[in-house]
Design a protein around this ligand. Structure first.
Ligand SMILES: Cc1cc2nc3c(=O)[nH]c(=O)nc-3n(C[C@H](O)[C@H](O)[C@H](O)COP(=O)(O)OP(=O)(O)OC[C@H]3O[C@@H](n4cnc5c(N)ncnc54)[C@H](O)[C@@H]3O)c2cc1C
Length: 357
C-alpha cells in the first residue's frame, strides 16, 4: 500500500482521472479546483470525446497516434474498473467512425483519405475501409441515399465525457479524496499547493490546471473550441460521422437519450466568451446537411472552452522545478488520457508501466 500524499491542482480530465488512479493505489490525494465539480465551461466538460486515433492522425503525428492506440486498449478496462466502485455506468462505444463529404466537397474527402494512407503505419491501413453508397447505407441506415460513399475507420470510438467526469467524482469521493472545490490555486511548488486561502503541504505536487497553468508554463496556449448539443428523435446514428468540407471539418457524435454533439470549431484564440453566431451557423448547417430531420432537433446547449496546447500540440508529462506537470492534451485529451495518465501514475508510484512489459 502506497502512503504518499499527492496534491493535484486541477480537477479536469487529467487531474480527476489521475486522482482516481492514485487513490486506487492507496495514496492520499488532495485535489484543488477553482470550479465546482459539475461546472461545464472547461475543455473536459465541453469535449465531444471522440476516440479517433486514425482520423486524428491527419492533424497530428506518430506520438499522438501511439498514445491513442494504447489508450484504446485501456479505456474499456478503466471503464469496467470504475464501474466496480458501484457508480453509474459510463456510455462507451467502439463501433468505428464514418467519414463522408457532399458531392461538391469530394476532393476534401479524397485528400483526407490520401493523407491518412500516407501517415498511417502500414500494419494499420487495413483499418480504413472505402465504402460505396450501399456499404455506407449498410453501416448507417439513416444516411442511405445521402452520400455517394465514404470511409469507415474501424475500431474508433466515443464516450460520454460528462458521465465519465461525474462517475469519477463519485468514485474518488468514495475512495476518500480531499477535494477543495472552488479553491483557485495561485502556484504549484515543490511539496506544496499555494492557494489564496493558505498553503497545503504535500509529498508530491502535480499541476493539471490546463490553460490555468500558463503563468508557470508560458508555452501553453488555449485553442478555442465550440460545440452544439441537440436532442433529435428523428435520426438514429450508431457511430460518429465526420463531414469533410474545404473550409471546416465537423463531426456529429451520437450520445444516449437521442442526443448529438456537433463540433467543433478550432480557433487560435483564448477568447472564453459565448459561442458566436457564425460558429452556431456553421455547426447547425453541417448538422442539417447531414440529414434534414435534424432541422427539428432541439438545441440543448452551445458551449465554448479552451483546449490546453503546447507548441508541438502533443500531450506532455514533465517534472519541472520539483513539480510534476500533465498538460498540452489539446484536441486529443480523451483520446490519449489513459496512456498519458497511466505513465504519470507509474512514475509517481515508482512502479513499472505495463506498457514496458
Ligand atoms: C470543443 C472541444 C472538443 C473536444 N473534443 C475532443 C474529442 O472529441 N476527443 C478528444 O480526445 N479530446 C477532445 N477535446 C480535448 C479535451 O477536452 C481536452 O484535451 C481535455 O479535456 C483537457 O483536459 P485537462 O484536464 O488537461 O484540462 P481542463 O479540462 O481545462 O481542466 C483544467 C482544470 O483546472 C482547473 N483550473 C484552472 N485554473 C485553475 C487554478 N488557478 N486553480 C485551480 N484550478 C484551476 C479548471 O477549473 C479545470 O477544472 C475537445 C476539447 C474541446 C474544447
Amino acid at each position: 500500500m502506497n502512503t504518499l500524499h499527492i496534491g493535484i491542482a486541477g480537477a479536469g480530465l487529467a487531474g480527476r482521472t489521475l486522482a482516481w488512479r492514485l487513490l486506487r493505489a492507496g495514496c492520499r490525494v488532495s485535489l484543488f479546483d477553482s470550479r465546482q465539480r459539475a461546472e461545464l465551461d472547461t475543455a473536459s466538460m465541453t469535449a465531444a470525446a471522440m476516440l479517433s486515433p486514425l482520423a486524428e492522425l491527419a492533424v497530428s503525428d506518430d506520438a499522438v497516434f501511439a498514445l491513442g492506440q494504447r489508450s484504446m486498449q485501456l479505456w474499456p478496462r478503466w471503464i469496467a474498473e470504475l464501474a466496480e466502485g458501484g457508480g453509474a455506468p459510463v456510455y462507451f462505444r467502439q463501433q468505428g467512425t464514418l467519414v463522408v463529404a457532399h458531392a461538391p466537397d469530394q476532393t476534401s474527402l479524397e485528400h483526407f483519405s490520401r493523407l491518412l494512407h500516407h501517415k498511417l503505419p502500414e500494419a494499420c491501413r487495413a483499418q480504413v475501409h472505402t465504402l460505396d453508397a450501399a456499404g455506407l447505407a449498410q453501416q448507417e441506415p439513416a444516411l442511405a441515399g445521402r452520400f455517394g460513399g465514404g470511409l469507415f475507420l474501424d475500431s474508433e470510438g466515443q464516450l460520454a465525457n460528462e458521465q465519465w467526469m461525474a462517475a469519477l467524482a463519485t468514485e474518488i469521493d468514495r475512495l476518500g479524496v480531499a477535494w477543495h472545490e472552488g479553491q483557485a490555486v495561485d502556484r504549484v511548488e515543490e511539496g506544496r499547493i499555494v492557494c489564496a486561502s493558505g498553503t497545503h503541504a504535500v509529498d508530491v505536487a502535480v499541476d493539471a490546471r490546463g490553460v490555468g497553468s500558463k503563468a508557470q508554463w508560458p508555452q501553453l496556449r488555449g485553442v478555442r473550441g465550440e460545440v452544439l448539443r441537440v436532442e433529435c428523435h428523428g435520426v438514429t446514428l450508431q457511430r460518429p460521422v465526420r463531414l469533410m468540407h474545404p473550409r471546416y471539418a465537423l463531426y456529429v457524435v451520437p450520445r444516449p437519450d437521442h442526443q448529438f454533439v456537433v463540433g467543433a470549431t478550432e480557433l487560435e484564440s483564448e477568447d472564453t466568451g459565448p459561442v458566436t453566431l457564425r460558429s452556431t451557423l456553421e455547426l447547425g448547417s453541417a448538422l442539417h446537411s447531414l440529414h434534414p430531420a435534424f432541422g427539428e432537433a432541439r438545441v440543448l446547449r452551445l458551449s465554448a472552452a479552451l483546449r490546453p496546447a503546447l507548441d508541438d500540440n502533443r500531450p506532455a508529462v514533465a517534472l519541472r522545478d520539483g513539480v510534476w506537470h500533465i498538460n498540452g492534451l489539446y484536441r486529443h485529451g480523451y483520446l490519449c488520457a489513459p496512456a498519458v495518465i497511466d505513465k504519470l501514475a507509474h512514475k509517481l508510484l515508482g512502479t513499472d508501466s505495463e506498457e514496458k512489459a
